[in-house]
Design a protein around this ligand. Sequence first.
Ligand code: ADP
Ligand code: UDP
Length: 238
Amino acid sequence: MLERKELLKTGKAKALYTTSDVSKLIMEYRDDTSAFDGKKIEQIAGKGTVNNRFNSFIMEHLSKEGVANHHIEVSAPNESIVMSLEMFPIECVVRNFAAGSICKRLGLEEASVMDPPIFEFFYKDDDLGDPLINDCHITSFGWANEKDIEEMKKMTLQTNDILVKLFDTADLILVDFKLEFGKFENKIYLGDEFTPDGCRVWDKETKKKLDKDRFRLGLGDVVESYQEIAHRLGVDLT
Ligand code: ADP
Ligand code: UDP
C-alpha cells in the first residue's frame, strides 16, 4: 500500500505529495481554478474530481496509442498516482485553430485554421506571464537539450493527432492545448495533466466553448461543460 508522505509542491490547481515509493507521487486535483497567470482565482465545486477522471481517461488512451506518460492509476476521487518526473520548465502548446494569446499576438481572428497545426514553446514562469520562447532560449539557458526538444515536439504533435481524432468522434473540436514533459531515468514522459483546464474545446456544430474559457470569460457552467465533454467522450465520472 502506497503511503502519502509530504507535500512536495503546490501549484495553482494541483498539489503533489511524496510517497513511500520514491519513484511515485500522489497528484491531488483541487477545486481551485485560476486564469491570467493566477490573477483570477476561484473555487469551483467538483472540478477536482472531474479533472482527475478526465485526465486518467486521456492518459490511458494516449498510453494505448504509444505516448509514454506519467499516469499510473486513480487512487481517490480527486487523486492519482503518477511517476515522479524531473519537469522541464516549459509549456508545449499546439494550435489547430486560432484562439487566446495567438489572436492578440498576431492580430488573428478567432477560429482561423492553423494548417499545419502551430507548435509553440512557453517558459513556465507566472511572474513573467509565461513568455513565448524558441529552441534557442531553451538550449542557451540549459532548460533542455536539442534531443529533448525534438522529442517534446514529436510527442506533442503525436498527441494532437490522436486527440483531434478522439474529440472529433464526440462531435468536439480540439482547438488547442498545453502539455508539460519531464524525465525519469533519462527518458521523456508526458507529465502534468490533460483536462479542460489546459485545452480549448468547442462543440462542432454550434462552436460553443466548453473549456476553461467559460471561467476566463465569465460564461458560467464551468464544471457542467467539463462534464459535457467527459460524457461525450465516454469518461466514467462515477
Ligand atoms: P501550475 O504549476 O501551473 O501552478 P499545477 O497546480 O497544475 O499548476 O501544478 C502542478 C505542478 O506539478 C507543476 O509545477 C507541474 O510542472 C508539476 N508536475 C506535473 N507532473 C509532475 C510529475 N509527474 N512529477 C513532478 N512534477 C510534476
Ligand atoms: N494553457 C495552459 N496553461 C497556461 C497557458 C496556456 O493550460 O499557463 C493552455 C490554454 O488553456 C490553451 C492553450 O494552452 O488551451 C493555449 O493558451 P494561450 O497561449 O492561448 O494562452 P491564454 O490566452 O489561454 O492564456
